[in-house]
Design a protein around this ligand. Structure first.
Ligand code: FES
Length: 106
């Protein structure tokens, strides 16, 4: 794993998510109450862009078919609304700060 500078703190304000492209991998960075979280950014159902979805507390909701994921663990907590559709857990990544820079350990 290696720490990569991904954003300035001012780019991800509390209650917001942004999408990241790190070495060709799509991640999301979210700020919940001043604490930052990084997680895989593509939904495991049909690759919805999770950073374009909803952030409700610690839950990220996919904008396409409503699957939900826990930001702290990456666990899929709600399946898509489509019949028989499945979604799986995502990977999470450690986040740290260096001055105003946000670093993600990928
Ligand atoms: S792509 Fe995310 S729920 Fe379908």
């Amino acid at each position: 794993m290696a720490k990569v500078k991904v954003a300035k703190l001012s780019e991800v304000l509390p209650g917001k998510m942004i999408g990241l492209d790190i070495q060709g991998k799509k991640l999301l960075l979210a700020n919940v109450g001043g604490k930052l979280y990084a997680m895989d950014g593509l939904c495991t159902h049909m690759a919805g862009h999770l950073w374009e979805g909803g952030l409700i507390g610690m839950t990220v909701k996919c904008p396409r078919h409503g699957a939900e994921y826990d930001l702290a663990t990456g666990k899929n907590t709600k399946k898509p609304w489509l019949p028989f559709a499945k979604a799986f857990d995502l990977k999470t990544y450690p986040v740290s700060m260096e001055g105003d820079d946000v670093l993600v350990d990928v």
